[in-house]
Design a protein around this ligand. Structure first.
Ligand code: 4AD
Ligand code: MG
Length: 468
């Protein structure tokens, strides 16, 4: 007897096989004829499988007739063709073993639909719902595509550190890692906390981006990517910010900004294409239950070419749009989600790559544009904006000229000594190079149409929330 997953047992090819399969009860319905229909799900697919349990099974009266949603069971029996709607197969049970019941009085996931807000309080049970199962399967498919894409293009996956001393984005949004006793930390003569006596002998933090370390490896090995958790202590309670999120960051030596744009476009097309091909059942669910524009939005990604628009032109479009924005737009301002959504949802109606942003709103490492107007200095930054989410990718060509880099660092009040190794990459065999970061959760939001980022990661970390 083979152990089968629900998704395998649902395939017509499984008809006739004797199988063993386990999962959690979604519903039970008793027929007048003295038998029961039990729908079970094991997370392998959105769809359940129907089990028919006969009244003459030895535990029928004592256990099977009391099975309620959330109970866990193992069924042995034969897969048969089913005449039921939406199912090719069903299981005729020879035995049903009950592992654990779930008291219907107290089990939170009853048949009625719960809001996503409510489900966030049950992070330990929400993966058992249709929506979270589908999100996690799609999230997993996206991760697989990320690795497949880069591996097939001969990128090396480089593991950059989680604990670091450098603030890549220069925004001061780092979580400090410390073993010092907060009630009584060692202090220097000036009364400041003395990090020299901490675990690493200096202040250290959770990384906000693996980019700077990624540049080290790209400028030796050519094409690399990092993929792992990153952390931002930004106190923004929005539907697209997390304190802990996953980022994939390719970095490529000898790439200019336009190469970087092409890489980002090919990369996003590949992921979306894979999901549309392989996650049909889950994607139909998102289309029907979450957002009926989901599939059309994704087909624009695989079908069309991404528009490439200079920041200055985007500002003009926004200024002329006649829209009333909460945050006013003018050249030099950072774009807010509402602006990004106007551009992608109403103006271009497709993903857009904005580039050449004002130098003042971008980090020190981006390459300065020599041909910019003197009163409007810009850097070779690029953001990929998508309908529904806004920015999903941020990247740039990196400043490879030591003098320009150091001038930018001074402008931004950075301590040059702390970046000595980053500067040496420009002193020893410097090369043009570029890269970008894709926020995994924003990508999952874009692909599924889920509106809140807290609902596309198993355990969302947001201000005031790190329970489990
Ligand atoms: O634009 P960001 O800040 O760029 C960087 O970190 C660069 N060092 C990347 C690089 O060039 N290698 O972040 C990149 C992406 C954003 O476009 C967004 O998708 C995501 O990371 N992101 C967040 N996702 C969730 N919660 C947050 N707080 C995020 N901050 C950024
Ligand atoms: Mg950004």
């Amino acid at each position: 007897m083979d152990r089968l997953s629900v998704v395998a047992a649902r395939q017509p090819e499984s008809v006739g096989r004797q199988v063993r399969l386990s999962g959690w009860v979604r519903t039970r319905r008793d027929s007048k004829g003295g038998f029961s229909f039990i729908e079970i799900n094991d997370g392998s697919s959105l769809g359940n499988i129907q089990v028919i349990a006969d009244g003459d099974l030895e535990n029928y009266e004592s256990e099977i007739k009391h099975l309620s949603p959330g109970s866990s069971i193992t069924v042995e029996g034969e897969v048969k063709a089913s005449g039921g709607k939406g199912q090719a197969t069903e299981i005729h049970a020879a035995s049903v073993t009950v592992h654990g019941g779930a008291d219907p009085e107290t089990y939170p996931l009853q048949k009625k639909r719960h809001s996503f807000e409510k489900l966030r309080e049950w992070a330990h049970l929400r993966p058992r719902t249709n929506t979270f199962g589908a999100v996690m399967r799609v999230r997993n498919r996206i991760c697989r595509s990320i690795h497949e894409f880069f591996q097939e293009e001969d990128f090396l996956w480089i593991h950059t550190p989680i604990i670091t001393a450098s603030d890549c984005e220069g925004a001061g949004e780092m979580f400090r890692v410390s073993t010092l006793d907060p009630a009584n930390p060692p202090r220097n003569d000036k009364g400041e906390v003395d990090y020299a006596r901490d675990f690493f002998g200096r202040a250290s933090y959770l990384t906000v981006s693996g980019q700077l370390e990624g540049e080290i490896y790209a400028t030796a090995l050519g094409k690399i990517y990092t993929f792992g958790p990153t952390f931002r202590a930004e106190n923004s309670n929005t539907s697209r910010h997390l304190a802990e999120f996953w980022m994939v960051e390719p970095e490529v030596a000898f790439y200019e900004l336009t190469d970087n744009m092409s890489l980002a476009e090919r990369f996003l097309k590949r992921i979306v294409g894979d999901v549309l091909r392989d996650c049909g059942e889950d994607m139909d669910f998102f289309q029907q239950r979450i957002d009926d524009t989901t599939i059309a939005r994704l087909e624009k990604v695989t079908g069309g070419k991404f528009q490439r628009v200079p920041y200055s032109e985007a500002i003009e479009i926004l200024e002329k749009s006649g829209q009333k924005f909460e945050f006013p737009v003018s050249w030099g301002a950072d774009l807010q989600a509402e602006h990004e959504r106007f551009l992608t949802e109403q103006h271009f109606e497709s993903p857009v790559i904005l580039y050449d942003y004002p130098a003042t709103i971008k980090p020190f490492y981006m390459r300065v544009n020599d041909d910019a107007a003197p009163d409007r200095p810009t850097v070779r930054a690029m953001d990929v904006l998508t309908p529904g989410v806004g920015e999903i990718i941020g990247g740039s060509q990196r400043e490879d000229r030591i003098d320009v880099l150091e001038a930018r660092m001074r402008e931004q009040d950075l301590n040059l000594d702390e970046y000595w190794w980053y500067r040496e990459l420009r002193q020893f065999g410097t090369v043009p190079h570029s890269g970008f970061g894709l926020g995994l959760e924003r990508m999952v939001q874009f692909v599924t149409g889920m509106s809140n980022i807290r609902d596309v990661i198993p355990f969302p970390r947001t201000p005031g929330n790190a329970e489990f």
